[in-house]
Ligand binder design. Structure first.
Ligand code: HEC
Ligand code: HEC
Ligand code: HEC
Length: 108
């Protein structure tokens, strides 16, 4: 295991507001799949529960990649366990929700 300093990823182009974080967050997947443009404030408005996501990772920029690097999260764990789990459950319930198709999140 490598012990050392892990640099925070810069939030290129993101506007930041102290409490709620950036409005739009670019999530680099760290692999071959294209980055995901994540509408953060839109989720805060419709989901209404910070812990729907932040029980899995804290409110820190770049923390998903950092935890994958530290092997505290597996690759695709957030994608399957958080993002897709909610989108699929809402879709099955007939509610308007986010993408469940690969290239609607991983947009080139
Ligand atoms: C649907 C999922 C989701 C919900 C709900 C959510 N967040 Fe986030 N939040 C994220 C993601 C994804 C990141 C980016 C993590 C990363 O960069 O690795 C993030 C990052 C943050 C950050 C770090 C700064 C930044 O802009 O990256 C803050 C602060 C934050 N969230 C606050 C909140 C607060 C407060 C709430 C509730 C009002 C909330 N979030 C609800 C997914 C969510
Ligand atoms: C709701 C948005 C969303 C959808 C839909 C989605 N992904 Fe992801 N994917 C992500 C996010 C966010 C990450 C980075 C976090 C993680 O690894 O959990 C990711 C990471 C990945 C990774 C790991 C990084 C890499 O390139 O090796 C792979 C592989 C991947 N996705 C493949 C897929 C495939 C295949 C599909 C369709 C079956 C898919 N994704 C659908 C959001 C999504
Ligand atoms: C608890 C439920 C929930 C979770 C968790 C969640 N989403 Fe969503 N997502 C939604 C809903 C609801 C919408 C539809 C918002 C709207 O259209 O008003 C949405 C919409 C989206 C959209 C489409 C935005 C657009 O402009 O059409 C993307 C992209 C997206 N989500 C990505 C993600 C990613 C990436 C994650 C994981 C980091 C995630 N979502 C986690 C509920 C969720």
């Amino acid at each position: 295991m490598v012990i050392g300093f892990v640099a925070m990823l810069p939030l290129a182009g993101a506007q930041q507001n102290q409490e709620n974080g950036a409005d739009i967050i670019k999530l680099n997947t760290g692999g071959a799949m294209a980055e995901v443009t994540f509408p953060h404030h839109a989720h805060q408005n419709v989901v209404n529960d910070c812990n729907a996501c932040h029980s899995v990772f804290p409110m820190t920029p770049g923390i998903i990649r950092e935890k994958i690097t530290l092997q505290e999260l597996r690759k695709q764990q957030v994608m399957h366990g958080t993002c897709l789990e909610c989108h699929k459950a809402m879709k099955n319930a007939g509610d308007a929700t986010g993408p469940v198709v690969c290239n609607q999140c991983h947009i080139r």
